[in-house]
Design a protein around this ligand. Structure first.
Ligand SMILES: [Zn+2]
Length: 155
């Protein structure tokens, strides 16, 4: 197991209790953001101990930490029309926006200071100068091909 794999495993363990019970879960960030996501989770859980998490992903070169302030369930569908729920939701988003803003200056590959790069045809990323050279221009197409390949062998 590489150091990154153990970091991922540890982070997935830390957030496991917060995943939506219905799934499927999406956890799709580069290793350079593991620390940032861990900090974001800690900031959210300290104010919303029972928050629920739908997805953690990179979206347009920014960390998207999709969470709700409360456990998700039938009661929350009713709760979403509730004023108190909306106040909590805004508070939670104030936290996640802070980390989204920070992610714009952290290399998603290595965690060093980086800047948003629009140098790939269909996928913007935050990278440092060194990682900008290391990530192939067509990397996302390769990832998608690999996913198709894996899917073909999934029983
Ligand atoms: Zn880097």
């Amino acid at each position: 197991m590489t150091p990154w794999e153990s970091e991922y495993t540890s982070l997935l363990g830390a957030v496991a209790a917060h995943w939506l019970s219905a799934g499927p879960f999406m956890f799709d960030i580069g290793p350079g953001w593991i620390g940032l996501v861990r900090e974001c989770h800690q900031a959210v859980v300290s104010e919303f101990p029972h928050y629920s998490l739908r997805a953690v992903e990179q979206k347009e070169a920014e960390l998207a930490f999709h969470a709700w302030p409360l456990p998700w369930g039938p009661q929350d569908c009713a709760g979403s029309s509730n004023q108190a729920w909306h106040i909590q939701d805004r508070q939670l988003h104030r936290i996640t926006y802070r980390f989204a803003a920070r992610s714009q200056s952290v290399c998603e590959r290595c965690g060093q200071p980086g800047t948003p790069r629009e140098t790939r045809p269909s996928w913007d990323m935050v990278l440092c100068d060194r990682c900008e050279l290391a990530v192939p221009e067509d990397f996302i197409e390769r990832v998608r091909q690999l996913q198709d390949y894996m899917q073909a062998f999934t029983l």
